[in-house]
Structure formats: structure tokens, C-alpha cells
Design a binder for this molecule. Structure first.
Ligand code: C2E
Ligand code: MG
Ligand code: MG
Ligand code: MG
Length: 279
């Protein structure tokens, strides 16, 4: 009986496994089509400055497939990375977010979009610089209209990401943000030698900041480092006024999070562009 059960478990397990694999393959196949046929969507989340003004908009990709349903980026981005679709996806996001920003550029010349770049794309540094330049040219926008968010884990292995790449991107006029800071355990000494403009502290450090003295201490330390480097410090994932006030007390002045505005379609954001959030 145990033997039979064991075999059943095995069959169950392998059936599960192949279902997972099949879904993954289905997602990969559908994603390829979605990129080609413009079936993805972009939503934007405001990045809020010291006076509550909207400084920039982070572009976040959304995908609602007719049969697979809503597939979250946390599912399809890793699949895109594994299947070499990530460059096409990033190009799609670059093109569409810049095209959406372009008509706003004359009225709001300082407004920028922030686009997430995958770690994988740093393995092909030359093409990344060319692709960014191509996207800016196509949208007829200056480099200052674009910020690239690079997740901290990219910097895990010192030496693998050439600092020349960051310099080359900066030569295009784009700004560089280090995303999800605090989750990648990169060498701080190494980070300090790179030229970047913005440090985005991960929301895990923000989540309990108003109740956890240890998190407050860490935040204070990181803010001191950011200030001494002269980089902009953005707190991600602010959900409450008590988190906001705690961050302000520590000297943080750039914010992003549901407390201000969740990521939403651009037409819904337009009426807010001139608005100042209460800070
Ligand atoms: P991220 O770059 O750190 O983006 C922030 C994520 O946190 C977004 O989730 C956003 O909706 C969510 N968020 C914002 N404010 C709050 C808040 O107050 N509370 C909480 N709990 N969450 C908040 P989303 O859109 O699901 O994206 C998840 C991740 O997927 C992103 O993390 C980013 O790494 C990746 N991603 C999204 N769009 C793209 C893209 O176009 N390209 C690439 N390469 N990655 C993308
Ligand atoms: Mg980001
Ligand atoms: Mg990111
Ligand atoms: Mg982040």
C-alpha cells in the first residue's frame, strides 16, 4: 500500500511539475506574442518630491492575457529573463513610456519616466546604451526625460558590471537609480565607487519603520550615507502617514507608495500632474 501511495505521490508530483512547466512555456509563448502585438499595458506611479510635487513617474508593466488571466510582473519578468525576451520587453517599455511622456514634455520639461532594467541586460552593456539612445531619439526626448532603475542585486558581484556602462548611460543624459536597495547585500564599498543619481530604499525597510526602532536605525544610517554621497534618496512603498512622518523626521524628502498614489493608467494620472500631495 505504501508502495502504491508512493507511486501515486510521484505521479501527482510529476503531474504538478509538468503543469508548472506547461504554464511557464505557455506564458513564454504568449509573452512573445504580447510584446509583438502590443498587448501589454503600462501604469505609472508618481515619485513625489519635498514639496509634495510629482517629479517623475515609474513605468510598471501590466499584462492581462485573454486565457492566462492577469499575469503579474513578478511571474513574467523572470520568465522573460530566462527566455531572452527581456530586451524586447524593455524596448517595448522604453518606447511606450517615452511616447506617453513626449506630449507632456513641453509643459513639464522636468518630468521624467523611470524604467526598470533587468540584471540580464547588464550582460550586454553595449546594446543597452544603443537601445536607450534609439528609444530617446524615436521619442525626440532628451536623456533627462529618463531614469533607469537598476536593481541592487546587479551589483552583487563586483567587477561584473562595468562602471563604464553607468558612465556611458550618464553620457546619454539619463539618470541612474539603484532600486530595491538593502535587499541585494552588495558590497557597499563597491557601490560607493559607482556613479549613480538615486538610491531607492526597498519597501521592506519602510514597512515597519514607525514601530521598529531597529529599522529606524538602519534607515538613519543609509540616509547619512546617501546624503554624504550627494545622491537623491527615495523611500519606496510608503503606505501610511505615520511611516511618512517617521521618514521625514530622519530627513528623507523623496517618496513613492500607495499612501500617495498606486500605479495607474496615465489618463487617470494626468489630472494629478499639477497637484501637490500633502507631505
Ligand atoms: P519595483 O521596481 O521595486 O517596483 C515597485 C513595486 O512595488 C511595484 O510592483 C509597485 O506597484 C509596488 N508598490 C508601489 N507602492 C507600493 C506600496 O506602497 N506598497 C506595496 N506593498 N507595494 C507598492 P509591481 O508593479 O507588481 O512590480 C513588481 C516588480 O516587477 C518591480 O519592482 C520591478 O522590479 C518589476 N517590474 C515591473 N515592471 C517592470 C518592467 O517594465 N521591466 C522590468 N525589468 N521589471 C519590471
Ligand atoms: Mg523600480
Ligand atoms: Mg525594479
Ligand atoms: Mg523597488
Amino acid at each position: 500500500r505504501a508502495k502504491a501511495q508512493g507511486r501515486n505521490n510521484y505521479q501527482f508530483y510529476s503531474a504538478q511539475l509538468s503543469a508548472t512547466l506547461q504554464r511557464k512555456l505557455a506564458i513564454e509563448h504568449a509573452l512573445r506574442t504580447a510584446i509583438e502585438k502590443d498587448e501589454l499595458n503600462l501604469v505609472f506611479q508618481p515619485q513625489v518630491g519635498p514639496e509634495g510635487q510629482i517629479l517623475g513617474l515609474e513605468a510598471l508593466v501590466r499584462w492581462h492575457h485573454p486565457t492566462l488571466g492577469i499575469v503579474p510582473p513578478s511571474t513574467f519578468i523572470p520568465i522573460a529573463e530566462e527566455s531572452h525576451l527581456i530586451a524586447a520587453l524593455t524596448d517595448w517599455v522604453l518606447d511606450h513610456s517615452l511616447a506617453i511622456l513626449a506630449p507632456l514634455n513641453s509643459a513639464y520639461p522636468h518630468l521624467y519616466v523611470a524604467v526598470n532594467i533587468s540584471a540580464q541586460e547588464f550582460l550586454a552593456p553595449c546594446t543597452l546604451v544603443k537601445r536607450v539612445r534609439r528609444a530617446l531619439t524615436a521619442a525626440k526626448l532628451p536623456g533627462s526625460a529618463l531614469e533607469l532603475e537598476i536593481t541592487e542585486s546587479v551589483f552583487l558581484h563586483p567587477g561584473e558590471v562595468p562602471s563604464q556602462l553607468l558612465t556611458a548611460l550618464k553620457n546619454e543624459g539619463v539618470r541612474i537609480a539603484i532600486d530595491d536597495f538593502g535587499t541585494g547585500f552588495s558590497s557597499l564599498a563597491y557601490l560607493l565607487n559607482l556613479s549613480f543619481d538615486t538610491l531607492k530604499i526597498d519597501r521592506t525597510f519602510v514597512s515597519d519603520i514607525d514601530i521598529d526602532p531597529a529599522k529606524e536605525g538602519i534607515m538613519k544610517g543609509i540616509l547619512t550615507i546617501a546624503n554624504s554621497l550627494g545622491v537623491t534618496f527615495v523611500a519606496e512603498g510608503i503606505e501610511s502617514s505615520s511611516q511618512l512622518h517617521c521618514l521625514q523626521r530622519l530627513g528623507c524628502s523623496h517618496y513613492q507608495g500607495y499612501y500617495f498614489q498606486a500605479a495607474t493608467a496615465m489618463d487617470q494620472l494626468l489630472p494629478l500632474i499639477d497637484k501637490k500631495f500633502r507631505v
